[in-house]
Design a protein around this ligand. Structure first.
Ligand SMILES: NC(=O)c1ccc[n+]([C@@H]2O[C@H](COP(=O)([O-])OP(=O)(O)OC[C@H]3O[C@@H](n4cnc5c(N)ncnc54)[C@H](OP(=O)(O)O)[C@@H]3O)[C@@H](O)[C@H]2O)c1
Length: 293
């Protein structure tokens, strides 16, 4: 599919690598003004040059954003709102899935790092940019979860374990944060139903991760990733779903969906549809993000 995205401004978090980088290049090649929101300016700068070259476009820029730091999220949002008059699409692609973590590491805000990055940071960033999205409606928010959640059919939000205080493994923290993202998507879509701001979640499948991203992992884990990679699709292929949800007219008014890599709506687990849990999660996340529910 091809689209004309000139005049549209889009933010992609974690755009220096993998799916985010592939999506940045594709959206810029279609004419969008793309802001790559990256934790490391050094990695971001290198990716910016690649993305501009791949896209054949100069409508790409780089801004610093560390989703594990609420101060950084506030700085990013203020700087963005000052520099860019529009925001048409916000893509929450970045995530921490550091499988080398052996125990919960708390951020400067006192939140377990994986949950802080993948869920609380997403919540805060959306909150700070929401008025601009509403002013530019129809506009779109895209969140990202994982097909791996299918291995956890009974996973629910563990309100007594948000910081990994009861039990912790990086896998568990990661899928827990993604379960929270699925519920947050449904809840936010519901809350925004009269605003012409849509919210949809991508169920990312097994996507190839380059070797250099895995250098810090022990050998046995790198071997598992190598086996996974033999079955994986490319970041460019998965990025097509981001592009579809960001650009296609067919989904302009569709909200609260969960989408596979073939741009089809899929179901998440039973617990994710519980509205009581949505509400409790919303209130607790708002508290963790230092904002009024
Ligand atoms: N690859 C898969 O098989 C797979 C499967 C299911 C779901 N997903 C999801 O797909 C999305 C993209 O993953 P990917 O495969 O493209 O992985 P990736 O290449 O490792 O990209 C992850 C991106 O997130 C960024 N990031 C991590 N922590 C951050 C923070 N605190 N602040 C800002 N940015 C941060 C990374 O930046 P740095 O360079 O600074 O680390 C990197 O740019 C993620 O949401 C992931 O959970 C991937």
């Amino acid at each position: 599919m091809t689209y004309n995205l000139s005049g549209k401004t889009m933010i992609i978090t974690g755009a220096n690598s993998g799916i985010g980088k592939a999506a940045a290049a594709r959206l810029a090649s279609l004419g969008a003004q793309v802001v790559m929101a990256c934790r490391s300016m050094e990695r971001g700068q290198k990716a910016l040059e690649d993305v501009r070259q791949t896209a054949g476009s100069e409508t790409v820029s780089l801004m610093q954003l560390d989703l594990a730091s609420q101060a950084s999220i506030h700085r990013f949002a203020s700087a963005f709102l000052e520099q860019y008059p529009r925001l048409d699409v916000l893509i929450h692609n970045a995530a921490n899935f550091d499988l080398s973590l052996k125990k919960p590491i708390l951020t400067e805000d006192g939140i377990e790092t994986i949950f802080a990055t993948n869920h609380v940071g997403v919540f805060l960033l959306t909150h700070l940019l929401l008025d601009r999205l509403k002013a530019c409606a129809p506009s779109r928010i895209i969140t990202v979860a994982s097909k791996g959640l299918m291995l956890y059919p009974f996973l629910d939000i563990e309100f007594d374990n948000l910081n990994g205080e009861r039990r912790f493994s990086p896998q568990h923290a990661y899928y827990h944060s993604k379960q929270a993202q699925v519920m947050y998507t449904y809840d936010l879509a519901d809350r925004l139903k009269d605003s012409r701001v849509t919210v949809n979640c991508v169920r990312v499948t097994n996507v190839a991760i380059p070797d250099e991203r895995l250098d810090h992992l022990p050998g046995w884990l790198r071997k598992i990733y190598a086996i996974k990679r033999s079955q994986a699709i490319t970041p460019e292929r998965q990025a097509e779903t981001y592009v579809y949800l960001a650009a296609d007219a067919a989904v302009e008014a569709v909200s609260g969906g969960y989408w596979d890599e073939n741009n089809r709506q899929v179901r998440s687990n039973k617990a994710s549809y519980n509205r009581e849990t949505w509400k409790k999660l919303w209130n607790l996340t708002a508290e963790m993000a230092g904002i009024e529910a």
